[in-house]
Write a protein of this length. Structure first.
Length: 533
């Protein structure tokens, strides 16, 4: 097919599409990101349906877009406008095309997970929790609903072998020789059709820009072309897939013009910087926010030293690069403090440098120090072929202080650019999480919103504190004086409040027992048991 001229290629695809469309009653689902490749698929399907007599337009075509709720604002506006235009135009032309935009549930969105639950921002493919929650689950939910209603469905994707060697290999590995459809790797009764797999990038743009760029639904593809100007990035796929082992095998969309504006998996956000450098300076606050949230991710003062389930874990730290002598004694002259008076040491090479990686700061409170001393317990120092090391408690979620700071910064950025960066539904979901876990006043989120935005949230006046201001201040003061975890104490009070009306008091007893028996609260005992074994 690669040796065919452009017109012949397009006619071949249209004939193939018509054959597949008329072959059965399985609904089609087109993954539409608004980018060039998915737009070509939609355009070809639209043209094919227009060429059919009305009687043969027998099965629905669902054009489904994914809004992660953290989309690039410019692209999201374009996507919504185009989706509406396609749907309205298809209706007027009596085409069975229906447009949909799917999004994550408010309580499982990016901000609900970070600001609500404290999940750290994803920074690697291995820890890319956002892809599953924001793209896979919402799109799969829609696909599964269609499977439930129709038995089987066919997904049309705008993937092309010409896009990259890696994508070419992934496509070829899934092809079944002699078949146009391939079974979806993870979704049952779902088949994938890649109609433009052999088109080149030049073919794609030639099709989009013919007829002066005016497409069948009377939209202007020149606007899409302008989105790509100055960038050779691709687009973010609608369905993100997993391999047979359950691992996500689709690359991050952070380098794409059609990815998430807050993507922290990539080092540099080419999407935002590309738009900014091409005249959209108003997006600069988004870049500033992204840089800030990346900068706090590994800061000690912003993280808990346990996971959300109450378990703690250890990471191996090689100590020879730190100012720790052969007896495990820390050089007191090289101990530093942050603004919160937390003491830490650095690798020796950093003491004469101005820039320090937060990940290399080793905080004393995390070290297995002997009582009232600056020396590490000798039995805690181990050796392998890389040198001496100790096991240090690892970081867990963002703490409550960090989550409030992130919300404040996000709302300030939202106010500055005049675009909604977090929905009311997400704020409501976060507020409910805070009420369940941290906030005795039950008003911290609504107060933050009012102070920054200058308007009350719809439920602002219905919030009631569990205690008055004097009691809240006393609780905080007593916890500080007696070195009691305020977070733990607040959680116990909230659990008591939530269960006070139940006649079955065993429910409260079980909740409190579970909270007080979290592993991180008894790590010394667990360490002794592990050493004994």
């Amino acid at each position: 097919m690669q040796k065919l001229n452009f017109k012949t290629k397009i006619n071949y695809i249209l004939e193939e599409m018509q054959y597949l469309y008329e072959n059965d009653n399985r609904p089609w689902i087109i993954g539409y990101s608004g980018g060039k490749d998915s737009t070509v698929v939609v355009q070809l399907v639209y043209q094919m349906l227009l060429s059919l007599p009305k009687a043969k337009r027998k099965k629905p075509v669902h054009i489904v877009s994914s809004d992660t709720l953290i989309e690039n604002p410019i692209v999201l506006h374009y996507l919504k406008e185009t989706s509406n235009l396609i749907g309205n135009s298809a209706k007027n032309a009596n085409l069975p095309i229906y447009t949909h935009i799917v999004a994550p549930e408010a309580n499982n969105s990016y901000w609900a997970n970070i600001i609500g639950k404290g999940l750290p921002t994803p920074t690697s493919i291995r820890f890319r929790w956002c892809t599953e929650r924001l793209k896979i689950q919402p799109s799969n939910k829609f696909i599964e609903s269609q499977v439930a209603a129709n038995g089987e469905v066919i997904i049309l994707l705008g993937v092309r072998k010409a896009e990259s060697i890696a994508r070419k290999n992934r496509i070829e590995n899934r092809e079944i020789d002699g078949y146009l459809l391939t079974p979806h790797v993870t979704l049952s009764n779902t088949y994938v059709y890649n109609p433009i797999v052999d088109l080149t990038t030049n073919d794609v743009w030639e099709l989009l820009l013919e007829n002066n760029g005016i497409n069948p639904w009377n939209g202007d593809n020149n606007e899409l072309f302008r989105l790509y100007m100055g960038s050779d990035a691709g687009e973010c796929p609608f369905t993100i897939t997993k391999d047979e082992s359950g691992n996500i095998d689709t690359p991050s969309c952070g380098n794409s013009r059609f990815g998430c504006w807050i993507c922290t998996v990539v080092k540099e956000d080419k999407s935002l910087t590309g738009f900014r450098d091409n005249g959209e300076e108003w997006l600069q606050p988004l870049l500033d926010f992204r840089e800030w949230i990346l900068s706090i991710r590994n800061k000690h003062e912003y993280r808990l030293t346990r996971r959300r389930d109450g378990n703690h874990y250890y990471k191996k730290i090689y100590i020879d690069k730190y100012p720790i002598n052969e007896n495990g004694m820390i050089d007191s002259n090289l101990i530093l403090e942050n603004e919160y008076k937390d003491k830490y040491i650095l690798p020796k090479k950093y003491y004469e440098k101005d820039i320090v990686d937060e990940k290399d700061k080793l905080f004393l409170e995390l070290l297995p120090l002997e009582d009232q001393k600056l020396s590490i317990s000798k039995e805690k120092i181990k050796t392998d072929n890389k040198g001496r090391y100790i096991n240090v408690i690892g970081y867990g979620p963002f703490n409550f202080f960090a989550r409030k700071e992130i919300l404040k910064r996000l709302l300030e950025t939202q106010k500055e650019i005049g675009e909604d960066l977090i929905t009311l539904e997400e704020l409501k979901a976060i507020d409910e999480i805070w009420d369940r876990e941290e906030d005795l006043s039950r008003s911290q989120l609504t107060t933050i919103y009012y102070e920054i935005i200058g308007q009350k949230l719809p439920w602002h006046d219905f919030k009631k504190s569990l205690f008055d201001e004097v009691a809240l201040a006393t609780i905080e003061e007593v916890c500080k004086e007696d070195s009691i975890s305020l977070e733990l104490f607040n959680k116990l009070l909230i659990q008591t409040e939530n269960n006070k009306l139940y006649s079955n008091k065993s429910l409260l007893a079980k909740e409190i027992s579970k909270t007080l028996n979290q592993k991180y609260l008894h790590k010394d005992i667990y360490e002794e048991l592990e050493n004994d074994n």
